[in-house]
Design a protein around this ligand. Structure first.
Ligand SMILES: Cc1cc2nc3c(=O)[nH]c(=O)nc-3n(C[C@H](O)[C@H](O)[C@H](O)COP(=O)(O)O)c2cc1C
Length: 199
């Protein structure tokens, strides 16, 4: 079996960046075959008990307007007055139209709750990372958005998921606009993140 080199894998992992919807080309579609491959890669994530606790709701075309309207209405309905922000409301209504594809990633409970909820969330998070890394390899920008409205009963109802399931994020996907410069980032030195236990 031939595996990708560690050097290639390190480069892919380190080059993945959050690319904002405003930097995506809304007019350039992402082919269904490619999207399906990215989502299939997501499903190869580790998961405890092989519950495969993920579901993907893909919004493209005119369903993005429905998503924008849903998010805006539910943000207004569910946000306490003290936390309400006009700029956030504007973003809910515009972001889904800036990207050609938005994937609502859902953790779906199963098996009578034998696996702790935290582990099912962890598995779906791994799946989302698989999806973003695959998107990066394809040259697509990706952006994980997690507005608190996703965790409301109203949004669960809107999306058609059960109360025990959770939408962990909206993954925005799109080709970067022509002329876009892929951003750079940095991380803290790894030495400060490791405790070696040798003996
Ligand atoms: C669980 C999770 C939720 C996130 N939610 C948001 C979000 O709501 N808004 C946002 O701007 N970025 C969000 N991000 C993206 C982070 O801001 C981003 O990963 C971070 O700034 C590091 O940048 P990089 O992804 O380019 O390495 C989220 C990331 C994770 C892992």
């Amino acid at each position: 079996m031939s595996l990708p080199s560690l050097a290639d894998t390190s480069a892919l992992i380190r080059q993945r960046r959050s690319i904002k919807p405003v930097d995506m080309d809304a007019a350039r579609p992402v082919e269904t075959v490619l999207l399906t491959e990215l989502i299939e890669n997501a499903t190869w994530a580790p998961n405890h008990g092989m519950t495969e606790p993920w579901k993907f709701h893909v919004f493209s075309g005119s369903s993005r307007q429905r998503l924008a309207d849903g998010l805006s209405t539910l943000y207004q309905q569910t946000t306490p007055a003290s936390e309400f922000r006009e700029d956030k409301l504007q973003k809910m209504g515009s972001n889904p139209l800036l990207a050609p594809v938005i994937i609502a990633c859902v953790m779906e409970r199963s098996g009578g709750g034998k696996i702790p909820e935290m582990e099912e969330i962890e598995a779906v998070s791994c799946a989302m990372q698989n999806l973003m890394l695959s998107a990066t390899a394809a040259g697509l920008g990706s952006f994980w958005s997690s507005p608190p409205v996703l965790d409301t009963a109203e949004f669960q109802n809107w999306l058609g998921i059960r109360s025990q399931d959770r939408c962990l994020g909206l993954l925005y996907l799109g080709w970067p606009k022509p002329g876009f410069t892929w951003p750079r980032s940095a991380r803290q030195p790894v030495a400060g993140k490791i405790t070696w236990h040798h003996d």
